[in-house]
Design a binder for this molecule. Sequence first.
Ligand SMILES: NC(=O)c1ccc[n+]([C@@H]2O[C@H](COP(=O)([O-])OP(=O)(O)OC[C@H]3O[C@@H](n4cnc5c(N)ncnc54)[C@H](OP(=O)(O)O)[C@@H]3O)[C@@H](O)[C@H]2O)c1
Length: 343
Amino acid sequence: VSDQITVAVVGASGYTGAELCRLLLQHPHVKLTGLYARSSAGQPLSKVFPQFAGRLEQVIEPFDADRVEARAVFCALPHGESAPVVAALAARGHVVLDLSADLRLHDAATHETWYGGHAAVPPELRARAVYGLPELHRERLRGASLVAVPGCYPTAAILAATAFLEAELVLPDLIVDAKSGVSGAGRGAALAYHYPEVEGGIRAYKIAGTHRHTPEMEQELGARVTFTPHLVPMSRGILACVYMRPLDPTVPAARYHEALRARWQGEPFVTVLPAGALPDTAHVRGSNRAHVSVAVDERVGRVIALAAIDNLVKGAAGQAVQCLNLAVGLPETLGLDGVAPFP
Ligand SMILES: NC(=O)c1ccc[n+]([C@@H]2O[C@H](COP(=O)([O-])OP(=O)(O)OC[C@H]3O[C@@H](n4cnc5c(N)ncnc54)[C@H](OP(=O)(O)O)[C@@H]3O)[C@@H](O)[C@H]2O)c1
């Protein structure tokens, strides 16, 4: 089809890379023209990921910016590895969607503090990158040539809490308590993520202001964040519970629900559950949807906002495809409108 957008994926042998390939294959206006990685180069994608057998047999190539023939390129690389690849592609005029953290923070000094100084990003590139959360930055994403796709935890926390901060119903001082499936750590498994180390338990990690997604949440929410992430024994999914103090404790619970509904009305991928219903990662698994809700503990004066997403879809690859649609002028929901398979 002549109106197809040519697209390449760098990091195709990783978890978000595989998810990008799955979503791009079912996108009606996309033609996948290149798959790139490092150690997996030379192998067909279907050997690295057998789910693609018979559907996408393309061979993964070593990345070489000069050989990329695609209008848009997704970079699904570890942070630090991504910046030079993004810089090379941006210089050659491709639309670049970077799934790493390298360009997400607007302030270079904040990036340096949290990620260290390796792979310094050229300042003009950082300034040009649009934070790829369409629910906050849709107009800037239209026609964008460089997108910093958000992290998975920040996506969940921002979609949970934004409505109440914007409506000035809560103090800008949040506790984000979130649980993630193990695929959030990527395919390059370390010991801590092996099945026997994860199965049968649940643990918090990188607490008390040490997780790198903290400044990203603070940047987009304009609030102080205490973040406690947890690893839970499931492959996919994030559930974020955000605890907030109401500015006025006499405001009734219904007002919070109303604020949530008003903020996300018309959003194709954010569903406000009926009052009293609570999100479940099983209901968004494999889809680009976020389910959100709010409850108020009037006895102690606390507002609890919840969001469930699939970390690999709305938390990464699906959101990146949503940004591609906006960047190249396609309908935002194209290729993404599936419902989660359940059970
Ligand atoms: N997993 C999630 O839920 C999630 C959510 C949001 C954002 N992200 C971000 O998305 C990025 C990718 O995450 P992931 O979970 O997909 O990681 P992953 O499973 O570890 O995959 C990383 C990929 O990068 C490739 N790679 C590494 N260095 C490379 C280089 N110099 N040149 C070419 N390819 C290179 C690897 O290829 P080889 O193994 O073949 O060398 C592999 O395909 C990370 O920045 C991560 O923080 C992840």
